[in-house]
Design a protein around this ligand. Sequence first.
Ligand SMILES: [Zn+2]
Length: 389
Amino acid sequence: MWIKGKIYYNKEITEGCINFDRKIKDIRKDCRPDIMFPDYTVIFPGSIDIHVHTRGLELSYKETVTSATSEAVYGGITTIFDMPNTKPVLNNSKTILEKFREFENYSRCDYGLYSGVTTDKTVENLPIAGYKVFPEDLDKKEELQFVFNSIKLKILHPELPLSTNQFRNLRSLWQELASLYLVKGHFHITHATNIETIRLAKSLGFTTDFTPHHLIVNGEKDCLSKVNPPIRDFTERRKLLNALFEADTVVSDHAPHSNKEKSLPYELCSPGIAGISFTTPFIYSLAKKGIISYNRAVELLAENPAKIIGLTKYGEIKEGNVANFTIVDFSKNWKYHTEYTKVVETPLDYYPLDISIYSTIVEGKIAYDGNEVYPIRGVNAIESSKSEF
Ligand SMILES: [Zn+2]
């Protein structure tokens, strides 16, 4: 299929044509296109979110692979990486393979999976993206040594083990910083709540990300805005704006819970914000406003996450890469709201966005056309990045 329009190609927005099936076959200046995109849209490389909780399995009452990945493509995300703290926990071959089957059957975008920390050697041979290390895992000596020995990527939730067993107002910044000294090797530090975490992580040789909610949600006031690690005060949030220029990527940490779990008293309600569809329009809105450049926006949303995971055929529009595109509409504002996730309320609701998602293409197929999400099938990005065809 040939498409024509404004394309983000070679770090510039230029007129051109792309020919693709599942992979990009040809890029040219001119063609007779099958689809012509209007001149107020730009075709960007597909956004990649490396921190998502699709839940599923026994937690399907909170969210499923179908509902989470539908919400993803509605928000312009074409590839997600899923966290292992499900029920049962994904830290052995049996449950990981079961979770892969859910994705194979129901995922509407490309995907990857992290395992939890483990001592199960068979996990290392599975096509996983790496391991997720939670604060409490930092106390598990044997499992920690096992993942330190693996060359695969490790994602750290940076807080000390004690952080999770104390009052929320005591989960302070130093606990986030201190946790970085407890890990070594190929680590990525996720959802930094403050700029010092990002700077320290970089100086230790790690890559980093931040979430939109740690930047813009106005403090933790209720169950809706309750999230781990906690949203910091105004001064820290203002300094975290530097993450737009200093962090490697941006993630949603999409963490859905049921209405019932979010309606419990503040002390008991589950922490988590489900805004997977917010990240891409938020970052491109900042680019439209001139706060960051388009190069930087694409770096945060596509190029860098592909590099962090080690995906060779993702993150850039170029011949031979997977045909994943996020097509942005620069003519239409959008008051943010979720549509396909099981979570109907987030603290990001009604946030004014300066752009909207025109269309999302996954594996060469239209996954979202501005009105509807289609039941296309994504693939394991780790495998598809390796295969030659
Ligand atoms: Zn998370």
